[in-house]
Design a protein around this ligand. Structure first.
Ligand SMILES: [Zn+2]
Length: 202
């Protein structure tokens, strides 16, 4: 986005204020706003509904089918990297004071939760009781994914570069622990993983 290769400025503007991960403190509320007050800690969501499609109509903006959605800090709406921003209460989440220091992770955590939740929903097609999950990448989102999977009772094995080999076999992309480099995940993680999403499990 910073390089101008992705993203779109709001209509009538020649610049885009970036920043979609956010946490803020309410400084003021509109006269007709009820249930919100100055000093509350909030996190705002990123995507805004298109106002046309079924999914946006039922609040699942991330599943927009029209492609006409907008996103704070990314697409046709200024982001949160500003001293102040105005936001509709419909897109705000209240944050307990005890979580203020980590609340900026809510947006990336929502990505993780959605990805894992969708994986489990898809696998309801048949009996599927995964015990171990491979998390590809051990950056902030990968670590959040490992934490969520642990909370769900799965052990995790985040492969480090060079320790796992990824190859294509027939049309199925599979991951196996590399014998040569000596990756030693738990016994259950040594079986084959089929990659369905960023996280996979068996
Ligand atoms: Zn939509």
């Amino acid at each position: 986005i910073a390089d101008g290769l992705f993203g779109e400025a709001p209509a009538g503007d020649r610049h885009l204020i970036i920043g979609h991960e956010n946490v803020g403190v309410i400084e003021d509320v509109g006269r007709r706003v009820r249930g919100w007050r100055r000093g509350q800690i909030v996190v705002a969501t990123v995507r805004r509904p298109c106002g046309r499609c079924f999914n946006c109509g039922r609040g699942e903006n991330d599943m927009c089918t029209s492609g006409l959605f907008s996103e704070r800090g990314i697409r046709r709406r200024h982001g949160y990297m500003a001293q102040y921003y105005a936001e509709s209460p419909a897109f705000l989440h209240r944050i307990p004071k005890a979580l203020a220091n980590v609340a900026v992770l809510l947006e990336p955590l929502s990505i993780v939760e959605k990805g894992i939740d969708h994986s489990f929903r898809l696998q309801r097609r048949f009996l599927w009781k995964p015990r171990t999950a491979v998390v590809l990448g051990a950056g902030p989102i990968g670590l959040l994914a490992a934490a969520v999977l642990r909370i769900r009772g799965r052990s995790t094995c985040p492969p480090r570069i060079g320790r796992w080999r990824i190859f294509r076999r027939r049309s199925i992309r599979s991951i196996l622990p590399s014998k040569r480099r000596g990756c030693r995940p738990s016994r259950s993680a040594r079986c084959r993983f089929s990659v369905r999403t960023a996280c996979c499990a068996c």
